[in-house]
Design a protein around this ligand. Structure first.
Ligand SMILES: Cc1ncc(COP(=O)(O)O)c(C=O)c1O
Length: 431
């Protein structure tokens, strides 16, 4: 193997000496050796060097193609395969509302129809394209991701499409159904505690010489938020809503919708629904990114810390949602729509009902869109299991009555035993 880049900036006697040095280097490398003092490759990789300058690094040429391989043919092929995937906007379901809310609409964007079963299909596609275009993926290195499940399943799907090994670092409490889906797609699973999955994924990637995809950092910037073919473009063109309501895991979906709205001049405002024990709500309320919390029981949303993709200024309103209310809404609305959604969909639906029926409700009616993130099939042993709910001491029945009554009459009557958390007047979250 020869030296691929030749020395430049040569002149006079220096050039002759440098040429001799370069020839010696080429000879050594051709014989399979490394150049003394010039091998700068890390972790056992040798890097070929021509040290031809007389003043420090001036004129120094290094061949770092081992460290920064440009496998353009492979990258182009991966990108082509991803871009060739069929594209079709996902459907909207509409929930019937009571006469009292005449003029209002509640639409549910069904993202469970993606081949990998959730809105994270779009994120995984964006993360892979971003990583390929940035030169972060190489042919024989695995992709590693930290995920409570949905993103892992979607990234496993794309890894399989591209023939890349995939390792998911998942919280130990993740449902068996989600773990099985990753395994079925050829992925490997490493379990860690919820708060440490990102650190663990980073160290796994280092140890395996792979790439840590890092959805929590890159979700907000990997999405093509200017494009009409993202979830934001589809929603705003299908419905032109007054409010978009959804929980946050990375915060990437909320951020890209808010950006697209600003970019295209839409009026929609963004409400994030946050489950119990999540750091997002107190962090946003107090503009404090250092807040920590215990971590949520609603898979996919509510994090123990404020993740980098959760962008405070793009969120107009937040609603804290008791876990029992998420489960109740998931079940009641699911029955009325003839579907079985997952828990995070229940959290978003609860927020959508509050926005429609709350004290600040639009007299002339409002259109609210939320997302059916994934199907309840992934949660048969948790949110759809009465034993699991008993073990977790989640009694959703009082909330079920509240939601049923609201959908029948338009009146919001919270369970008698429940007190709305105090929200000082005049604050943004109290709109
Ligand atoms: C099931 C589910 N719902 C909702 C979300 C939240 O989406 P985002 O990460 O865009 O905030 C996630 C994120 O992981 C999820 O897995």
């Amino acid at each position: 193997m020869g030296v691929s880049r030749r020395a430049v900036l040569l002149s006079g006697a220096g050039a002759a000496a440098a040429a001799a040095a370069a020839t010696a280097a080429e000879t050594a490398l051709a014989a399979g050796g490394s150049v003394a003092g010039g091998a700068v490759g890390g972790a056992g990789r040798s890097v070929r060097t021509e040290d031809v300058g007389r003043h420090g690094d001036v004129g120094r040429q290094e061949d770092l193609s081992d460290r920064y391989p440009d496998e353009r043919g492979w990258v182009n092929d991966c990108v082509r395969r991803i871009r060739a995937l069929p594209y079709e906007p996902t459907p909207m379901l509409e929930l019937e509302l009571p006469a009292r809310l005449r003029g209002s609409r509640l639409l549910v964007k069904n993202e469970s129809v993606h081949p990998s079963g959730s809105h994270k299909h779009r994120l995984a596609q964006a993360l892979f394209l971003n990583a390929l275009a940035n030169g972060w993926l190489t042919r024989n290195s695995p992709v590693v991701e930290a995920s409570s499940g949905s993103t892992a399943i979607s990234e496993a799907w794309f890894s399989k499409l591209l023939g890349i090994d995939f390792v998911a670092v998942m919280p130990s409490g993740t449902t068996a159904e989600k773990k099985q889906a990753v395994l079925d797609l050829g992925g490997e699973i490493v379990e860690a505690t919820g708060a440490t999955i990102s650190e663990r994924a980073r160290s796994e990637a280092r140890a395996r010489r792979g790439h840590f995809m890092d959805q929590f950092t890159y979700a907000e910037r990997a999405y093509d938020w200017r494009g009409d073919h993202g979830m934001a473009g589809e929603i705003l063109h299908q419905a032109d809503p007054d409010w978009f309501v959804m929980g946050a895991g990375t915060g990437g979906t909320a951020a890209s919708l808010a950006r697209y709205a600003r970019y295209t001049g839409h009026r929609v405002r963004v409400c994030v629904t946050d489950p119990e024990n999540s750091a997002f709500f107190p962090g946003w309320r107090d503009n404090d990114r250092t807040v920590t919390a215990k971590g949520s029981r609603i898979e996919g949303i509510g994090r123990p810390k404020v993740e980098p993709s959760f962008l405070f200024p793009l969120v107009n309103r937040m609603i804290r949602v008791p876990d029992a209310a998420s489960i109740a809404t998931m079940r009641v609305v699911g029955e009325r729509l003839g579907i079985a959604p997952g828990g995070s969909t229940g959290t978003g639906l609860y927020g959508a009902l509050k926005v429609l029926g709350g004290p600040s409700r639009h007299r002339e009616g409002a259109t609210v869109v939320t997302v059916l993130c994934d199907s309840g099939e992934r949660y048969l042993d948790t949110y759809y299991s009465d034993e699991w709910l008993d073990r977790q001491r989640i009694d959703f029945r009082p909330w079920r009555d509240t939601v049923e009554r609201f959908l029948d009459t338009g009146h919001w009557v919270p369970p008698r035993t429940w007190r709305e958390p105090h929200t000082p007047r005049g604050h943004m979250w109290n709109m």
